[in-house]
Design a protein around this ligand. Structure first.
Ligand SMILES: Nc1ncnc2c1ncn2[C@@H]1O[C@H](COP(=O)(O)OP(=O)(O)OP(=O)(O)O)[C@@H](O)[C@H]1O
Length: 966
């Protein structure tokens, strides 16, 4: 689109033909030239429409008679169509130039002041390029078609048309009517032009701002350009300006318009549509092909079926024929057998007959022999005849002998011949008898005999031959019988084979049928399986996606867990360190607990003694006169005060116990048991006290003090601490000390200046009782961590040290040592405590022979060492212990074998804690502390302390180096 003030060169830039000089050509000509150069025209088409929009009507510049061309939007694709406009397929660039020139001639132009050939209409050149493409997939990809009707996937295997549309718009010039001097018709035109350009501006604004509504309906220009704003089209805008200063306003507005248009974001989309004709043709072909294929398959199936049926029939026929043949063959064989049997029978009969005949012959030979004998007899009777007869007989005898020989030779095989021979003999015998009868006819007879003999010989030969033949035939018959038998057996086996073959064929057929059925089943099954597999594949894909998501989720969680694991490991390390500290702390508390138990016991004893004293006093009181009443009352008050002090101490111990119990509540069951036993002990003490009525008295005193405090006011009582009257001062101090023994009152006492007053007393008073009670009160306040800092800040450490230095009263020293020992448990005060002389004071107090005082010192040192070593373990502190310089180690080494169990435990713990700090190792080695730790590791009365010492020795490298391997 070319947009700009009138006369600034839009038409020149966009529509110039450049007929004479190609370098003068405008974008329209250059674009089409480029398109043609990249298009193979017979296969691809380039079509153009050239329109103008004049006063909100659309006219066809290529067919000027076509006016008011409607604008239509394809409901599916959203494509803007101009159905009435002529669409001309161009052949080449010249053809296009002709069309453009023709169109230009039809364009409305009028002279304006600014441009003598001003365009009064918007010219729209619409170039459509179509290209056929073929995809790869099947038509079921139709589902991929998007809502716009275009196909996103080109691999559809279907012929499609890829379509590109290029609109080149030469907008009519925007103008200031006053400047252009438009009037009448021109003014009218200018209004329409400005209206449509304003609408275009609005649309561009809306698209640039991603507005859901684009007001394209306000002008036909924007309706035509509807599918060119944003969306799937790419839009280029050329803005033209007049450089003259007088056009400054227009130039600015034009540039602003261009800037807005630059905000439009386009996403290109390839537009493709199916070539439905070719698709339908292709589908028809496919349907036809598939139908043919189905028919072919059906035919193949039918043929196969027919063939199979035919084969089955053939098999059946052949089996029937074979059966028939078999039957006929067997019949034939049976007949043949019968025939052969008959023949055999005949031959056997013949053989028997032959045998009989042979027998007959034999008989005849015998008869002939008899005839010969008879002839010989006749011969003897007639010498003449006899001679001739002898010759004849001789001849006959020779013949007969030969015959007999022959007969003998052939007797076995030729019985018939024997028979014949017998016959001949019989005949011979007849002849002989007739010779006898007719001697004359001897010659005749001899001749006949000779003839007969010859005949017989021939006959015998014949018979022999017959016999041989018979034998041969017999053999042949036997062979035949054998071969027939063999044949018969062969026939039987053949029959069997045939039946087997038939059975085999039948089986084959049934198998084939089964196979056919199986084939069908498996095909159906395979089809089902295919569907299932498709589903599975889809499911698989879905599950794969889910798995991917899960994997990424798991990876994230794994990373998170790893991080947490790292944190946990670090925490674990710190917990381990803390655990070590807690263990040592626990051991220390155990020691302290034992000390407390002992103290409680001694307190109980004192209390019983006091109670007895009180009972005695009460008894004495009743017996005294009224004059002594005041004195006794004073004594009673003093005793009560004593009781109060004891009670306070007890309270202090109980508080300490409570505090320890709190610490110990985290520890092991053994400690828990100890706590229970202490509680039990306390309960027992309490029950004992109640038995003697002391509790009533104590609660009465407390109530009295509370009442006094309520009545007088704490402020006044505190003021009394600075009273000049030492008695008043003392009573007030006792009341304050009593109040300080209870946690609940401590804050109030401190806030109202009680701590200051007590420290002042420590500083100024020389009175032992005051110093003792005041240091006891300070010790009570020092039990509370919130007061410890304040005590230190107010110079408490120094004052306690001074107090210790100016008295050797063991109770006072015990109170001072207790107060310092409490302060030793606060690691933040260690340096101040040392600098304030607290440690030194503690160690100087340690010179006392009083067991309780020493116990407090040992407790303080153990407290200090434990806290300090914990700080070292936690990395908050480095270097030797602050206790070292003041000689604490030496004191501990010297006194660690003292008899009191509780004190010894404190000392052993203090040594172990100090030994745990590797910076103290050298001190331990040089001073003999290491030996002490080694001793503790084996000799300590407490297993936990022994273990602590062993652990200390094990983990300290310097100690390990010092200890021999054995
Ligand atoms: N780059 C250029 N080189 C030479 N002459 C030019 C150039 N640009 C414009 N002209 C000339 O300036 C005059 C006005 O140009 P043209 O008609 O293209 O302006 P237009 O912006 O289309 O005006 P209108 O909006 O009134 O139609 C024409 O005579 C044109 O030949």
């Amino acid at each position: 689109m070319a947009y700009g003030q009138t006369g600034t060169g839009k038409t020149y830039t966009v529509g110039n033909l450049g007929k004479n000089d190609a370098s003068e050509r405008g974008i329209m000509v250059r674009a089409v030239e480029d398109i043609i150069a990249n298009t193979s025209l017979p296969h691809e088409s380039v079509e153009v429409s050239y329109l103008q929009m004049y006063k909100e009507t659309i006219q066809d510049l290529l067919a000027p008679e076509k006016v008011s061309i409607p604008i239509v939007e394809d409901a599916k694709t959203g494509e803007v169509l101009l159905p009435g406009a002529s669409v001309i397929k161009i052949h080449d660039l010249d053809h296009f130039m002709e069309l453009l020139q023709h169109g230009e001639a039809n364009r409305h132009a009028a002279n304006t002041k600014l441009n003598i050939n001003s365009s009064r209409s918007h010219a729209i050149l619409m170039i459509t390029v179509k290209r056929s493409i073929v995809g790869n997939a099947e038509t079921d990809k139709f589902s991929d078609r998007n809502v716009t009707g275009f196909v996103e996937h080109t691999d559809t295997g279907v012929k499609m048309i890829r379509k590109g549309k290029l609109l080149i718009v030469d907008l009519a010039g925007s103008e200031r009517i006053d400047k252009s001097g438009s009037e009448g018709q021109l003014l009218e035109e200018a209004k329409f032009i400005n209206l449509s350009l304003t609408a275009l501006g609005k649309c561009i604004n809306a698209v640039a701002e991603n507005s859901p509504h684009i007001p394209t309906r306000e002008s036909k220009l924007t309706r035509i350009l509807r599918d060119s704003f944003g969306g799937s089209a790419r839009t280029s805008l050329i803005i033209t300006i007049g450089p003259s200063a007088r056009h400054h306003a227009e130039t600015t507005s034009t540039i602003m318009f261009g800037q807005r248009a630059m905000k439009v974001v386009n996403v290109m989309k390839v537009k493709e549509e199916f070539d439905y004709e070719s698709l339908s043709r292709k589908l028809e072909n496919q349907v036809e092909h598939l139908t043919k294929e189905v028919d072919r398959q059906q035919k193949l199936r039918d043929n196969y079926k027919n063939e199979m049926e035919k084969k089955i029939k053939e098999c059946q026929n052949s089996s029937m024929e074979k059966e028939k043949k078999l039957v006929s063959r067997s019949e034939f064989l049976e007949k043949d057998n019968a025939r052969i049997e008959l023949e055999m029978k005949t031959m056997l009969d013949e053989l028997n007959h032959q045998k009989e005949y042979n027998k007959l012959l034999h008989d005849e030979v015998a008869r002939l022999e008899m005839s010969i004998e008879h002839y010989k007899q006749n011969q003897r009777e007639s010498s003449t005849y006899q001679k001739a007869l002898a010759d004849t007989t001789q001849m006959y005898e020779n013949q007969i002998a030969a015959l007999i020989e022959q007969m003998e030779d052939e007797r076995v095989r030729c019985e018939r011949a024997e028979k014949q021979s017998d016959d001949l003999k019989a005949v011979l015998c007849d002849h002989e008898s007739s010779m006898k009868l007719y001697q004359t006819e001897n010659s005749k007879y001899q001749k006949e005999l000779f003839d007969a003999k010859q005949t017989y010989e021939k006959n015998i030969e014949q018979l022999n031959q017959q016999l041989d033949d018979m034998h041969l035939r017999c053999e042949h018959a036997e062979k035949q019988v054998n071969s027939l038998r063999k044949l018969s057996s062969d026939q039987t086996s053949e029959q069997k084979l045939l039946s087997e073959t038939v059975q085999h064929y039948e089986e084959n057929i049934s198998n084939l049928e089964k196979q056919l059925d199986n084939e069908r089943c498996s095909r159906q099954h395979a089809e089902k399986e295919m569907e299932t597999l498709k589903k599975c594949l889809n499911d698989e894909k879905t599950s794969q996606d889910q798995l991917k998501n899960k994997i990424s989720d798991l990876m994230e969680r794994l990373e998170d867990k790893e991080q947490r694991y790292q944190v946990t490991v670090e925490e674990m390390h710190s917990l381990q360190t803390e655990n070590v500290n807690l263990l040592s702390e626990k051991e220390m508390f155990k020691g302290e607990l034992d000390t407390l138990k002992e103290k409680l016991l001694s307190e109980e004893k004192k209390r019983i003694m006091l109670e007895n004293e009180l009972v005695q006093l009460n008894k004495g009181q009743s017996g005294n006169s009224e004059g002594n009443e005041a004195t006794l009352k004073c004594e009673l008050d003093a005793l009560k005060e004593k009781l109060l002090a004891e009670e306070k101490q007890r309270m202090t111990l109980e508080n300490e116990l409570l505090k320890l119990n709190k610490h110990l509540s985290r520890d092991s069951e053994g400690v828990e048991d100890q706590k229970m036993s202490v509680k039990q002990h306390m309960r027992e003490s309490s029950s004992f006290r109640s038995a003697i009525g002391l509790s009533r008295s104590i609660s009465g005193q407390r109530a009295t003090i509370a009442k006094i405090c309520e009545e007088v006011g704490l402020e006044k009582i505190l003021k009394l601490l600075s009273s000049d009257d030492i008695e008043v001062q003392m009573h007030a101090l006792k009341v304050v000390a009593n109040l300080a023994a209870e946690d609940a009152n401590q804050e109030k006492i401190v806030n109202e200046g009680g701590l200051d007053a007590l420290l002042m007393l420590l500083q100024t008073s020389q009175n032992t009782t005051i110093l003792r009670v005041a240091s006891g009160a300070v010790a009570n306040l020092a039990m509370n961590e919130s007061n410890q800092g304040m005590i230190m800040n107010k110079g408490g450490a120094r004052l306690l040290a001074d107090t210790a230095s100016k008295t050797d009263d063991p109770q006072t020293l015990r109170m001072v040592a207790g107060a310092i020992a409490n302060l030793c448990g606060n690691v933040s005060l260690h340096t101040k405590l040392k600098e304030g002389g607290g440690i030194k004071a503690l160690l100087s107090i340690a010179g006392s022979t009083n067991v309780d005082v020493v116990a407090q010192v040992a407790r303080g040192l153990a407290n200090f060492a434990k806290c300090e070593t914990r700080e070292v373990f936690q990395g908050n502190r480095t270097g030797r212990s602050l206790l070292m310089e003041d000689g604490a180690l030496t004191w501990l080494i010297v006194n660690s074998k003292i008899t009191s169990d509780a004190t010894r435990r404190h000392m052993e713990l203090a040594l172990c804690h100090l030994a745990q700090n590797e910076n103290n190792s050298q001190d331990f080695i040089s001073s003999g502390g290491l030996r002490e730790v080694i001793r503790i590791s084996s000799e300590s009365a407490r297993e936990d302390i022994r273990n602590l010492a062993k652990k200390t020795l094990k983990f300290n490298r310097m100690f390990r180096a010092q200890i021999p391997a054995d």
